[in-house]
Ligand binder design. Structure first.
Ligand SMILES: Cc1cc2nc3c(=O)[nH]c(=O)nc-3n(C[C@H](O)[C@H](O)[C@H](O)COP(=O)(O)O)c2cc1C
Length: 339
């Protein structure tokens, strides 16, 4: 059996293989006031039928004004639970495990009037000027993360991923280039994220792992580097994060440092966080060549490999990758004759 095809266990989460569907907003299809619809059902369930080990459902926001756009998913109301539960129950039928990526877009909430964030500077020159959250409001948003986590657990998730990357609210708070506050959430850059983690952990069954996506470096001029990300991740790990999903950037327009566009461009960051903090990690970013994905796990760069665009092109990416590596793949009975 390949390394990519081998099972993985983290606390109560047991995966049939090391392949993760990376979270991807489906902006183009109207979510029904935050609730997933039939598009999302077909989209996620087909990747479970396609052999994926863990399906991380897209950025799902804790407040209507925390959405990137009004077409995005949310978990700010108990009314959202049944639509998520319907998808998750079906993912389980096909052997996949389910996560929801819980988030708040902060100053990147395009349809909010106005967006809020740790500070009042927009993420790019032509973006809306955000309003800085008061200390009291920041605590309220932390509570909303806890409430959304409770709803995700009620919907049946196997784990939760916090979105602490790509320039969204948690990232905005831990970015020294963005967060210029002088309250408790500005004096300690990790404070907001740590309090979110604590609020969420309270709602999770004790053995359910908590994942967090992180941007290991920023690309804006003067943005933070890996050392700062390691410091934030250490605080997040100590507060209860069990695994980091390692991405980069997203905080604003890139300066002289540019994101890579070559296979495995973020793998060195995943390995660095894994080694420095002794935590499991997901590597992501142009890893859709099965041999490359296999080498990432086999070389100990990462514990799991996430694929995003490759799975938009091919819902059966996992089955095809496992077969290419010579493994037995989890093919649905109804499809066996195709093989
Ligand atoms: C259509 C689309 C939507 C995305 N939405 C999200 C999202 O909701 N949350 C997130 O953390 N990343 C999001 N991403 C980033 C992907 O999860 C992934 O990190 C990135 O595309 C690199 O992986 P890839 O090279 O396999 O596509 C999105 C990417 C795409 C292409």
């Amino acid at each position: 059996m390949s390394h990519l095809g081998s099972p993985y266990k983290l606390k109560s989460l047991s995966l049939r293989n090391r392949i993760v569907m990376s979270p991807m907003c489906q902006y183009s299809v109207d979510a029904e006031d935050g609730a997933p619809n039939d598009w999302h059902f077909v989209h996620y369930v087909s990747r479970a039928v396609g052999g994926t080990g863990l399906v991380i459902m897209e950025m799902t926001d804790v407040d209507p004004d925390g959405r990137i756009s009004n077409r995005d998913l949310g978990l700010w109301s108990d009314e959202h639970i049944p639509a998520f539960k319907r998808i998750i129950d079906e993912l389980h039928k096909y052997g996949a495990k389910a996560a929801i990526q819980i988030a708040h877009a902060g100053r990147k909430a395009l349809d909010a009037e106005p967006p809020v964030g740790p500070w009042n500077e927009p993420f790019q020159a032509d973006a809306k000027k955000p309003r800085a959250l008061t200390t009291e409001e920041a605590w309220k948003v932390i509570g909303q993360f806890g409430d959304a986590a409770r709803r995700a657990v009620q919907a049946g998730v196997d784990t939760i991923e916090l979105h602490g990357a790509h320039g969204y609210l948690i990232h905005q708070f831990h970015s020294p280039g963005i967060n210029k506050r002088d309250d408790e959430f500005g004096r300690d850059y990790a404070k907001f994220g740590v309090e979110v983690i604590r609020a969420v952990k309270k709602e999770l069954p004790p053995d359910m792992p908590l994942l967090m996506r992180i941007s290991a470096i920023e690309y804006m001029d003067g943005g933070y580097g890996l050392d700062h990300a390691l410091e934030m991740c250490r605080a997040y790990r100590d507060a209860g994060v069990d695994l980091f999903d390692v991405s980069t950037g997203g905080e604003g327009p890139a300066g002289s440092r540019k994101p890579g566009n070559y296979p495995g461009y973020q793998v060195p960051f995943a390995r660095a966080i894994r080694e420095a903090l002794n935590v499991p990690v997901i590597a992501v970013g142009l890893l859709d060549d099965p041999k490359l994905a296999e080498s990432v796990v086999a070389n100990g760069d990462a514990d799991l490999v996430a694929v995003a665009r490759g799975m938009l092109r091919n819902p059966y990416w996992a089955i095809d990758a496992l077969r290419a590596l010579g493994d037995e793949a989890p093919i649905a009975k109804a499809y066996l004759r195709g093989y």
